[in-house]
Design a binder for this molecule. Structure first.
Ligand SMILES: Cc1cc2nc3c(=O)[nH]c(=O)nc-3n(C[C@H](O)[C@H](O)[C@H](O)COP(=O)(O)OP(=O)(O)OC[C@H]3O[C@@H](n4cnc5c(N)ncnc54)[C@H](O)[C@@H]3O)c2cc1C
Length: 478
């Protein structure tokens, strides 16, 4: 550790007694996220109150110590990894949740758990729709920093659509309030939205004001089988053309369904093994649902080869289990999964799937794909065995080809997970030099010494040159 960083650490320990940890276990735990590349910080700082963040940043800025904010560490891209060492800033203790049920606004600490906010809102008849599948673990701070999405985005939008105000600290330790717990706010430049999705590179969020909706009265789930991916994805486009408004619209390709069927030993739609599947949720009042359900079943009767519907919560849970099983069951194909979260225009999804099948042949690796077809956000997976250098090289080549194709189709390299470390090589595919220069200018203006999450987004990094650690994380079910 640099001498100046040693002095900074000694000073930090004095100013925040009992909150600074340098033991190997704490540093290892904060060294990685779900990308599983480990870069240890010099210290982990577990703040107890928002003002601790200001104290820490003043010192870090003075001594140029890198600071990497951390919620639950579930990032899929390495964005929470303290690549350049320094201090890992653990915000998980800032977990307060207060709900104003009249204004329908929650004031949450950055460390509050997403599912806990949802549960508390629902108890008051309210609803926080963004639902990353990691929501039992993730923090609102992490969701905001990654602009997290999930299954309900098709009707309800992403995290950004619910953030009214952010409180926190800039890189030099000065406090900010961008936005307030108010439904309308147009004062000054909108730096709130600049911080959302900035992956901890522009400022640290300590508290957020979150808009809530009335909880939908009822939900209904249906599952539909199609002969091919093209037929399923054509139905997705037609469904919107006809004015349907599902709250969830998930797609599973035949490779994914094949994995789930092999894993459970059961055919999902008897008589139609390895079908491509759409899983659809509708929500609303009882009378709205009756009408929507009838219209959807009529629509599907002409297109799907088979259908099932859930009339109770328990039956719906069984249908959703199919989606969850797909994810786990892919590991029967190979021990390592590259999970990409690309987005293409709705009409181009069928073309993307055709490309994943072509890619499967070209690289000789399985490419099961499922995802949020309602917003064009498909999780394309490339499965390979890590011990095989040949397979690893093919997987790497496959990801580069996939990203090029996505951009050619008018899409984006990431719709949920963000850039972090993993997507750095693809930034020049997505953005022009002048776009990247503009982003760097913003970064330099807000963090002139480059202490906030350095090495992320713009620098060069190649995931394949680093060996992942074999560690079990809380969300691992294998
Ligand atoms: C099993 C699994 C399923 C997932 N499913 C989804 C999904 O459906 N949709 C989706 O969008 N993502 C998904 N993810 C990715 C991940 O869960 C999300 O990106 C989530 O928002 C990260 O939250 P976190 O609290 O774990 O943040 P972390 O991983 O700790 O941090 C993520 C980034 O946010 C920054 N950060 C954290 N807190 C703050 C703060 N207070 N202020 C400033 N910056 C901060 C960090 O520096 C880092 O750059 C999934 C991940 C896993 C492991």
């Amino acid at each position: 550790m640099k001498k100046s960083h040693q002095s900074a650490l000694a000073s930090l320990k004095r100013k925040l007694p009992g909150r600074v940890f340098t033991d190997p276990e704490s540093c290892f735990a904060a060294s990685l996220d779900n990308l599983r590349l480990s870069f240890a910080p010099d210290a982990v700082v577990k703040v107890r109150q928002a003002s601790d963040v200001g104290v820490l940043l003043q010192l870090a800025n003075q001594y140029k110590v890198p600071v990497t904010a951390r919620g639950a560490g579930s990032s899929a891209t390495g964005s929470a990894v303290p690549l350049r060492g320094g201090w890992a800033l653990d915000l998980s203790a800032l977990d307060s949740i207060r709900i104003d049920a009249v204004a329908r606004i929650a004031t949450v600490g950055a460390g509050a758990i997403t599912a806990e906010l949802q549960a508390q809102a629902e108890a008051l008849g309210l609803f926080f729709p963004p639902d990353p599948s990691s929501k039992k673990y993730t923090t609102l701070g992490g969701n905001i920093a990654c602009n997290a999405g999930g299954m309900r985005c098709v009707k309800y939008g992403v995290t950004r659509d619910y953030v009214l105000g952010l409180e926190g600290y800039l890189a030099d330790g000065s406090p900010f309030k961008f936005g307030l717990p108010l439904k309308k706010y147009v004062s000054g430049l909108n730096l709130r939205d600049l911080l959302i999705g900035s992956e901890g590179t522009l400022g640290i969020v300590t508290q957020a004001a979150i808009k809530l909706l009335p909880k939908p009265e009822k939900r209904w789930t249906g599952m539909f089988a199609f002969k091919s991916e093209a037929a399923a994805l054509k139905a997705v486009v037609a469904l919107f053309k006809q004015g349907h408004n599902p709250s969830i619209l998930e797609f599973l390709d035949r490779q994914s369904v094949g994995c789930a069927e092999a894993y459970t030993g059961k055919t999902i739609f008897p008589g139609h093994s390895r079908a491509s599947i759409l899983l659809i949720e509708l929500d609303g009042t009882a009378s709205e649902l009756r009408q929507q359900r009838r219209a959807l079943l009529d629509f599907m009767a002409e297109r799907a080869v088979a259908q099932r519907e859930a009339r109770t919560e328990a039956a719906a849970e069984k249908l959703w289990q199919v989606r969850r099983t797909c994810s786990q069951s892919m590991f029967s194909l190979a021990d390592t999964k590259l999970n990409e979260d690309v987005v293409v225009p709705l009409e181009k999804q069928a073309e993307l799937i055709r490309y994943t099948l072509q890619l499967k042949k070209e690289i000789g690796l399985a490419t099961p794909t499922f995802g949020h077809a309602g917003d064009g956000n498909l999780h394309v997976h490339i499965m390979y065995n890590r011990s095989s250098q040949v397979e690893a090289a093919r997987a790497k080549a496959g990801i580069y080809k996939l990203m090029e194709r996505v951009v050619e189709l008018g899409g984006v390299i990431t719709g949920e997970h963000g850039i972090g470390l993993a997507k750095i090589p693809f930034m020049p595919l997505q953005h022009t030099k002048s776009e990247i220069a503009a982003m760097r200018t913003v970064k330099a203006a807000l963090d002139p010494k480059g202490i906030l999450n350095p090495g992320k987004m713009f620098d060069s990094f190649e995931v394949w040159e680093h060996e992942p650690v074999d560690v079990r994380l809380p969300w691992d079910h294998r």
